[in-house]
Design a protein around this ligand. Sequence first.
Ligand SMILES: *Cc1c(COP(=O)(O)O)cnc(C)c1O
Length: 378
Amino acid sequence: MLAYLDHQASTPCDPAVLAAMAPWWSEHPANPSSRGHRPGLTAAAAVERARGQVAAALGGEPGWVVFTSGATEANNLALKGVAEAALERGEARRTLVSLATEHRAVLDPLRYLERHGFPLRLLPVDGGGLVALEALEAALTPDVLLLSVMAANNEIGVLQPIAAIARLCRRHGVLLHVDAAQAAGHIPLAMAELGVDLLSLSGHKVYGPKGVGALLVRPGLPLAAQIHGGGQEAGRRAGTVAVPLVVGLGEALERAVADREARAARLGALRDQLWSALEAIGGISRNGAAAPRLAHNLNVTVAGVDGAALHRLVRRSIAVSSGSACSQGSPSHVLAALGRSRAEAAASIRFGLGRGTTADEIELATTAVRDAVAQLRP
Ligand SMILES: *Cc1c(COP(=O)(O)O)cnc(C)c1O
């Protein structure tokens, strides 16, 4: 048996989500932009229903939702779209601010913009992976256009204080973008209430299909389209809307919100069980603050073992990762930001529990690490 414990990299698509998507591949073939016939209107209605589901799950309005191919594209649209719109209107504010522990789908577009005239300020985090609000506020100088902060970290699961950060942004006239790929459907997140301007999410991190996501944009916020063509999504993202995928995204988010509390309670208990068992082995420490964090994430560093050897042994029985699935090969920049050395980062394991995770799988994971440690420590 191989236990899949890498739900931060991707979640299985819920069978009920698959069932909701099924009719939209062949049975209903029309393009939702074909408003001149009934099948087109039927497809458009399905897209609008999904838009409503996405908005409801994130505490926004349907008109704020721009469907994209995933969170990577949503982040690119948010960051480049805001920067380009600022350029077009001759805005004096140019500086972009973010955290050292952001996903590469935020850091790479920011570095791209830095090469194109938008100075970048990356803030450090404390040993627990959280940003200090005083340091953050000090960084929001009058030249700052936008701050991008993730709601939940994909490697270490810690939650940044988005409500307090949003208040600081308001006070200093700075736009706030939140990468919520790991948070949407997992923790309560109400965009309007929080005062977030732009929010990115992804289908496959929340038991939906891969290849779809969304950017929610506060109304009236100037955003330059990054993909030009047929003017879909109110001119903000051209290209035929992927009807089956957006139907799946809407369904997945609605279902994730519905079982969020029960799922977090169950997975939190399993995660705590896993941590107690690993802690008892000795020489294993947790990465990221104990709270606030996602209930289904645990990231640990195993002292006194070679990271490559550790992963070679544990991968026989558990599917886990040593960092982000998206930065293969290079050591984790997130663990480095917490002060971990290269060797420590390599000897780290990210456990991502999910809806299907069982107590037996947690037992298997514990045994896998215990056996590997016994074999590798002198
Ligand atoms: C997975 C992930 C992304 C990228 O999402 P895709 O939909 O796979 O492009 C971006 N940010 C975070 C925090 C993620 O976890």
